[in-house]
Structures are given as C-alpha cells and as structure tokens.
Design a protein around this ligand. Structure first.
Ligand code: SF4
Ligand code: SF4
Length: 140
C-alpha cells in the first residue's frame, strides 16, 4: 500500500472536501486521496508541513511554494500539528488520526486553523461538519 504524504492542515480539508476545488485536476486528485483513506482507514500517511500529494496537483503550487501564502499555509500546518499533538515527518494510520481529532479540543484548533480561510468564510467548511464526518469515517 502506498504511503501518502499529507500536510497537516489538509487533514481538515480532506474531512470537509465536497468536490469543489481549484480546477478539475486538483479535484480529481483530492477526490482519489479522500476516497482511498475513507475506504482504508488502516492506510498509513506521513504528516508534513510542506507541499504534499494534494499540493502536487494544485495550480497554486509554483516552484515548491503555495502562491496563496506559503507562510500562511505552514502556520496552518503547525497549528494543526501542535493542537492535535502530532509530529511532522511521522507516520500514522488514518484511523489513528481520526481518533486523535475526535478526542481533541477541536473547536479551538479549527478556529485557529480555518477561521480566516475563504472556504470557511463562504460557508463551505464548518467545525460541526468536520466532527460529524470524522465520526462517520472512523466507524468505517
Ligand atoms: S476552512 Fe480552509 S483550511 Fe479549513 S478545512 Fe476548509 S479549506 Fe481547509
Ligand atoms: S498549493 Fe496551496 S492552495 Fe494548493 S493544495 Fe497546497 S496548500 Fe492548498
């Protein structure tokens, strides 16, 4: 089984993915990764705070940096890593990560990571939906 590379704040983005993305290539790739993890909770992934298997198909990745604000996305990664007490460069199963999210102070972490994100501001991402989806996927 391939080990996925996932930057930390994308744990939230994957849980809230509803098919909308930056372009067709991005959405297809994201959908493939999300489906793979939902269907195989024992799938391993390595957490990162740098471009990952989702960024690799994103039109906003230029010369290894996110043009939407490289520092901003790294800050989001660090917020999620420290909030969930997870480590960059370490390998986890998706099930382990879902359990960590469900046992965390998620509303505070979500606010710090997602509060200023435009997808949250236009109403596409909410903490309540994140928790609901997390519960659903952790049951398999
Ligand atoms: S609000 Fe932004 S960072 Fe947060 S899950 Fe949604 S798309 Fe990702
Ligand atoms: S390149 Fe930027 S906008 Fe694109 S998926 Fe990565 S962090 Fe998100």
């Amino acid at each position: 089984m391939k080990r996925l590379k996932i930057r930390a704040h994308h744990l939230f983005c994957m849980l809230l993915f509803s098919g909308k993305g930056y372009d067709e290539k991005f959405s297809q790739n994201m959908n493939g990764i999300v489906c793979e993890l939902r269907n195989n909770p024992e799938q391993s992934l390595i957490l990162l705070k740098e471009p990952d298997d989702i960024c690799s198909c994103c039109p906003n990745l230029l010369q290894g940096e996110c043009i939407l604000g490289n520092e901003d996305v790294i800050n989001k990664d660090e917020t999620v890593l420290s909030g969930l007490k997870l480590e960059a460069g370490k390998e986890y199963t998706y099930k382990e990560i879902l359990d960590v999210i469900l046992n965390s102070e998620i509303s505070e972490i979500f606010k710090n990571c997602c509060g200023d994100c435009r997808w949250h501001r236009i109403g596409l991402c909410s903490c309540g939906q994140l928790v609901e989806n997390c519960r659903t996927y952790s049951k398999g």
